[in-house]
Design a protein around this ligand. Structure first.
Ligand code: GZL
Length: 378
């Protein structure tokens, strides 16, 4: 893409965010409660009069395709597989895209190198799902100097705003919702004391930071006993090894386990089963998870996981929408949040109420998992 075009896009994005107040955002109405839907409707801001949005078509590859470099976190979880599949099916040749995909295997240095390679290849766009949220400004400045727009999906970049758009989840709200559910569920079940073990995700990722921040607000506000917190790196192996050590160190001392993704929960289940610890509905230990992938919701339906807070991985259509909008000279939102439901194993509570990360008092329905929910999951 020519520098002139990129400068127009950045000027337009700046104009939109100044007009709409910084951090202007919208919500993707993508439905993942039913069959995995790839039809996202990412709102795009109205064309602002204040900015010159005329743009030439990008200097796409010889075959007329728009070249996109995608630096993906890795392949650590079911969630990640769904994310990769969503982007690859949306940024396809039939949709006019030549996608250069790099699996960065949870290695931040490899991810920065992949982005620099995309810059040297002079792709038209770069898409990044950042393994960790800092260390990005230098390479994003290089992309900006090269006139290559950057789109960020899923996790956030917190030390630079040199990207044209971000689509992902409000991770702190996921953690707050988990805390609000646990508080209401324990009250409904007459459980007075909560002794909690936590298995966190990849340290320094915005998903881990947000879920931890949100849930720990409830720990502190309610005086819950957080016995220990260790990272499982969002993997099943990580969840299992941490839970194995927990079962040895804290035998009989805990009645809640919170895992920051389903794959860690699968590992924790294997470890608790081997240690003879009962969990889930009717068990001694309440098990909470995040992601709500198909396998996770299968465990909720079986009563093995008590509550699963969805994180929506299907940002592929939003990516395509953003690229097509920019190619047409339009403006896009700087920030778009995915719609995400909360799933439970029992109908103990119809909903949860809490103050979200934007300071709004919200009441959100809880969905009791049945086979139809599992069939429609990603
Ligand atoms: C969250 C995403 C996380 C998932 C994990 O948006 O980045 O990374 O919760 C995945 O399953 O590994």
């Amino acid at each position: 893409m020519k520098k002139k075009v990129f400068a127009s896009i950045m000027a337009a994005a700046l104009a939109v965010s100044m007009l709409a107040g910084c951090g202007s955002s919208s919500q993707t109405t993508e439905d993942t409660g039913s069959a995995a839907s790839e039809t996202a409707a990412t709102d795009t801001a109205d064309t602002s009069e204040a900015a010159d949005t005329t743009a030439d078509a990008s200097d796409s590859s010889d075959d007329g395709l728009i070249t996109v470099g995608f630096a993906q976190v890795g392949h650590e979880s079911d969630w990640r597989t769904a994310s990769t599949n969503s982007v690859q099916s949306a940024l396809s040749e039939e949709n006019g895209i030549d996608l250069q995909f790099v699996d960065c295997d949870n290695d931040s240095a490899a991810q920065l190198e992949a982005v620099r390679n995309f810059i040297s290849q002079d792709v038209d766009y770069i898409v990044i799902d950042p393994i960790v949220s800092t260390g990005w400004d230098t390479v994003l400045t290089e992309a900006e100097d090269a006139g290559i727009p950057v789109i960020v999906i899923d996790r956030t970049i917190d030390d630079s705003d040199k990207y044209v758009s971000w689509v992902g989840s409000e991770f702190t709200n996921e953690g707050l919702a988990a805390g609000a559910w646990l508080k209401a569920y324990a009250e409904a079940k007459g459980i007075d004391e909560l002794n909690i073990l936590e298995i966190t995700g990849t340290t320094g990722s915005s998903a881990e930071i947000g879920r931890t921040t949100g849930f720990h607000k409830y720990v502190e506000d309610n005086g819950w006993n957080l016995i220990d917190s260790q990272t499982g790196d969002f993997t099943q192996e990580g969840g299992q090894s941490v839970m194995e050590s927990y079962c040895k160190s804290y035998d009989g001392q805990f009645n809640v386990v919170i895992c920051q993704n389903d794959n860690e929960a699968f590992g924790a289940i294997d470890a608790m089963k081997a240690a003879g610890v009962s969990y889930g509905v009717g068990g001694d230990v309440i098990l909470i998870s995040f992601d709500a992938c198909k396998a996770g919701l299968t465990d909720v339906l079986a009563g093995q996981i008590n509550a699963d807070f969805q994180c929506n991985p299907l940002q592929g259509p939003d990516c395509l929408n953003i690229i097509k909008t920019l190619e047409a000279g339009g403006e896009v939102e700087k920030q778009t949040f995915m719609a995400e439901p909360w799933y439970v194993a029992e109908d103990t509570l119809p909903n949860i109420s809490y103050t979200n990360n934007a300071g709004e008092d919200v009441t959100e329905d809880l969905i009791v998992v049945d086979q139809a929910v599992v069939d429609g999951a990603y």
